[in-house]
Design a protein around this ligand. Structure first.
Ligand SMILES: Cc1cc2nc3c(=O)[nH]c(=O)nc-3n(C[C@H](O)[C@H](O)[C@H](O)COP(=O)(O)O)c2cc1C
Length: 190
């Protein structure tokens, strides 16, 4: 069992998953535990969507890539990924068996922060259980589309905050620890 500190410092993003499925019960447990975060005014303003249908995920991946290609000019942060999104083989969800999407109620002022903490908890819980996890920013365009949200049964006042894939890593994590070193940062002391 890792200490909490080592759990935090050993976590890394996973982009390579085995074919093993995750059971709905396990996903529900992870989400339920992940919601034990502070939230502004204790509003707990989240709404979850879980997608395990691989064809649906592939279709959203293709739609997201097409949409990014059509909007590269307005999205300079995507230029560095152009080669990926032009590659027909590239699945933005890395063939993971589950996508958990955290939506936040925009009527609750701090919803983005609240829901981001839930998303990070999913990362930590995944690490504790030897699962892999990755926040998929590439899916933000498609999953925030009003028509897509309607199709997923998300109430209109909920905005996309965090699409997070979960699954069993293709290789045991301890054998492929590949941590991104942390960059220097400033602390101003007074
Ligand atoms: C808001 C956000 C969006 C991200 N979007 C993607 C993404 O679309 N695709 C991807 O492969 N990784 C994505 N990541 C994962 C980051 O690339 C990763 O966290 C970063 O490289 C640091 O690596 P580490 O998580 O292993 O420490 C995202 C992470 C965050 C927090």
């Amino acid at each position: 069992m890792q200490t909490f500190e080592s759990l935090i410092t050993n976590r890394s993003t996973c982009r390579n998953f085995s074919d093993n499925e995750l059971q709905p019960k396990e996903i529900t447990e992870l989400i339920t535990t992940a919601t034990w975060v502070p939230s502004g005014s204790n509003n707990q303003p989240w709404h979850f969507v879980v997608i395990t249908d691989r064809d649906k995920l592939r279709a959203y991946s293709d739609a997201a890539k097409t949409a990014w290609l059509g909007t590269l000019e307005e999205n300079p942060h995507m230029h560095q990924y152009e080669e990926y999104i032009r590659n027909p083989e590239y699945n933005i969800f890395y063939n993971a068996p589950a996508l958990v999407i955290v939506y936040g109620n925009r009527e609750s002022h701090w919803h983005v922060y609240d829901c981001s903490m839930v998303a990070y908890n999913l990362h930590l819980l995944a690490e504790e259980r030897d699962l892999g996890c990755c926040w998929i920013g590439f899916a933000h365009n498609i999953l925030s589309e009003p028509a897509v949200k309607r199709g997923l049964g998300v109430p209109e006042q909920y905005d996309l905050v965090a699409p997070v894939i979960l699954g069993h890593p293709a290789q045991k994590k301890s054998s492929v620890r590949n941590l991104n070193p942390r960059k220097d940062f400033a602390i101003n002391w007074f």
